[in-house]
Design a protein around this ligand. Structure first.
Ligand code: ADP
Ligand code: MG
Length: 155
């Protein structure tokens, strides 16, 4: 488990932009944290780091949005309104050639791949956040090590 503190939305984006450098096809990141914690801000930084040109917004009403203009495709999911009992076929994305980011992943525990990087964002105050990354398999452990060793991640 690794933890970072950010003091502004730009810092959260900077962190996820650096994280994007280490991602490969099939990687899955989950984002947990209250409404307004910074999950979408985090995803915007990740998209920037992947070289995605399009504007990234919360996909709450569409559940999943695909972005194809970057180094790797990004599948951005928001399962705020989905429950674990529903089969909406999201797992079909996990083994494709892109990176999957899931906001509110705690809503669909049965559908998540075993090996995933679980990221929790907690609001400390107006502009301060803690970002905690927990790995649950060999691939996510590797990503976690790389971002921890990256001196530019916490610039
Ligand atoms: P979520 O997707 O988790 O509901 P958003 O990313 O949409 O949250 O919104 C996070 C809000 O918190 C934004 O308005 C952002 O400007 C603000 N914010 C303030 N400080 C930070 C920070 N350090 N990191 C991320 N967001 C922050
Ligand atoms: Mg959001």
């Amino acid at each position: 488990m690794h933890q970072w503190i950010t003091h502004a939305p730009e810092e959260t984006m900077h962190f996820s932009e650096r994280l994007a450098v280490f991602l490969k096809p099939g990687d899955v990141l989950t984002l947990s944290g209250d409404l307004g914690a910074g999950k979408t801000v985090f995803t915007k930084g990740l998209a920037k780091g992947l070289g995605i040109q399009e504007m990234v917004n919360s996909p709450t009403f569409t559940i999943v949005k695909e972005y194809q203009s970057g180094r790797l495709p990004l599948y951005h999911m928001d399962v705020y309104r989905i429950s674990d009992e529903e089969d909406i076929g999201l797992e079909d994305y996990f083994d494709q050639d892109g990176v999957t980011v899931i906001e509110w992943a705690e809503n669909i525990p049965s559908w998540l791949p075993d090996d995933r990087l679980s990221i929790t964002i907690e609001r400390v105050n107006e502009r301060e956040r803690t970002i905690t990354c927990k790995a649950s398999g060999s691939r996510s452990k590797h990503i976690n090590e790389e971002i921890s060793n990256d001196e530019r991640a916490s610039d």
